[in-house]
Design a protein around this ligand. Structure first.
Ligand code: HEM
Length: 445
């Protein structure tokens, strides 16, 4: 594993990322339970309460929560600087996020504007505090590393996605304002899925995967240019959409420009998919590692989504929208998060315990290696469950009778992930206790 670029002296306490990771699992389980409860009705309409609720259990409850935990962990390790005030702010943001997601989801399920107002307050404050805590670091002079650039871009895209989300929520929370919010839903989705999710994967690809899988480094120039092009295309698409709404109130006017922009965006994403798959194929260490399959699955899901997107442009069927959403959320984003959680959690536990044992030579043998924290077999089971549940979700769009089965496998997927991470955390607590019981050597001469 390539650790030479990491600043291992600035590791935040293990609970800082873990509190986000462990509660994200709860939202994954809730999403599966909601699907199990909704059954065939789930596919009735894109705007159904359960559909919007489940989408946000996964996107904010699971995906955003994991990303927040990972950023609180990795920014200090990559840059050698702790996020200012993170010790006090992270727990507050964490609680606000939990309350906000629960209020938003209940608001959707019960169509209740008071719950939407509570969600607006909690999620608005959490997003604001999170942005404020990262801002000083991101605008300070941090050098010219690729990750700093990608984090800045990611931050901007996340702000736009959350900003649009909060605007949509305002429309639900205060219906008397009569905001034309539904017009902006597709933009929110576009920035969230084609912008935020893709940029997270780029950041992960540039930093974490070369370290874990001994993949040769991604070209910084390529990642910088590509991310910039994606954002520029999204900005032009957004302006175009808003411009059309003002001019004609329809999105069918001037389709040529829309198709050109859609073609540009899909070409940029295609370059990303093929470049990443090529990098994986050329990796130096060919030892079988099941978690890399999550990474491949993520890229193939994006490829399939891009092909479907073009079918959907010419053949706007409701079924295709569901397939696209499943491919992008469950296939692209959750696959890579799932695999990365297996790697990152094992790595963090190993790192924290190793650091603890440095002053206690007797304790060196008590530090479990990464494969002992989460075994290869457990990761294999995870991959099978994820692949199976994702495939069943796609099939159940056409055969709604299979929705219950898809939900059961989705539940098994999130429960297995919870089991793997909880038992890893318990192993950490147990090993820590044993290591601390060993005598410490004095460093003074
Ligand atoms: C503060 C965070 C967020 C808030 C408050 C929020 C709020 C909302 C609201 C109120 C809607 C419904 C719009 C309508 O009724 O037309 C919506 C739709 C949607 N949001 Fe979010 N959102 C947030 C974050 C995200 C993120 C991070 C993603 C994904 C990356 C996301 C993905 C979606 C999707 C896919 C839909 C459309 C669902 C559908 O068409 O069935 N949201 N969001």
């Amino acid at each position: 594993m390539n650790l030479h670029k990491l600043s291992l002296d600035t590791i935040p306490p293990i609970l800082t990322p873990f509190r986000f990771f462990l509660s994200a699992l709860l939202f994954g389980v809730l999403a599966a339970l909601l699907l199990l409860y909704s059954r065939e009705d789930f596919w009735f309409t894109r705007w159904s309460n359960s559909n919007l609720a489940l989408t946000h259990l996964l996107t904010i409850g699971f995906m955003l929560m994991v990303m927040m935990g990972a950023l609180y962990q990795f920014i200090p390790v990559m840059n050698g600087q702790l996020i200012p005030g993170s010790k006090k702010l992270a727990p507050v943001i964490h609680v606000l996020m939990i309350l906000g997601v629960l209020a938003l989801v209940s608001g959707f399920l019960f169509s209740n504007s008071e719950l939407f107002q509570a969600a607006l307050a909690a999620l608005g404050t959490a997003s604001g505090l999170f942005a404020l805590s990262l801002l000083p670091l991101l605008i300070s002079r941090l050098g010219n590393q690729l990750i700093v650039y990608l984090l800045r871009v990611l931050f901007l895209v996340l702000l736009i996605t959350l900003g649009l989300g909060l605007f949509l929520l305002l429309g639900h929370a205060l219906p008397e304002l009569n905001l034309p919010y539904r017009f902006y839903t597709d933009l929110h989705v576009l920035w969230g899925l084609a912008g935020w999710v893709v940029l997270i994967i780029m950041a992960v690809s540039s930093q974490v995967t070369p370290m874990f899988y001994v993949i040769s480094e991604f070209s910084p120039r390529y990642l910088k240019i590509l991310s910039l092009l994606i954002i520029l295309t999204l900005v032009v698409m957004s302006f175009y959409t808003v411009f059309i709404s003002k001019q004609s109130g329809t999105d069918s006017a001037q389709p040529f420009i829309y198709y050109t922009l859609a073609f540009l965006l899909s070409a940029e994403l295609l370059v990303f998919v093929f470049y990443t798959l090529l990098k994986i194929a050329q990796r130096k260490r060919k030892i079988a590692d099941v978690t890399i399959n999550f990474y491949r699955l993520s890229m193939f899901s994006l490829l399939a989504a891009l092909m479907l997107w073009w079918v959907a442009v010419f053949l706007p069927l409701a079924h295709l929208t569901y397939l696209l959403a499943i491919l992008l959320i469950y296939g692209l984003a959750i696959s890579i998060i799932n695999g990365m959680l297996h790697k990152i959690v094992s790595f963090l536990i190993f790192l924290h315990l190793q650091k603890l044992s440095l002053k206690r030579p007797e304790a060196m043998t008590l530090v479990p290696n990464m494969k002992q924290v989460i075994s290869t077999r457990n990761s294999q089971i995870q991959f099978m469950l994820h692949l199976l549940s994702g495939s069943l979700l796609l099939i159940s769009v056409h055969y709604p009778a299979l929705t219950v089965l898809a939900a059961v496998f989705m539940l098994a997927n999130f429960c297995w992930l919870s089991w793997c991470l909880f038992q890893a955390y318990l192993l950490y607590l147990e090993s820590r206790k044993k290591i601390l019981a060993c005598p410490e050597i004095s460093m003074s001469l």
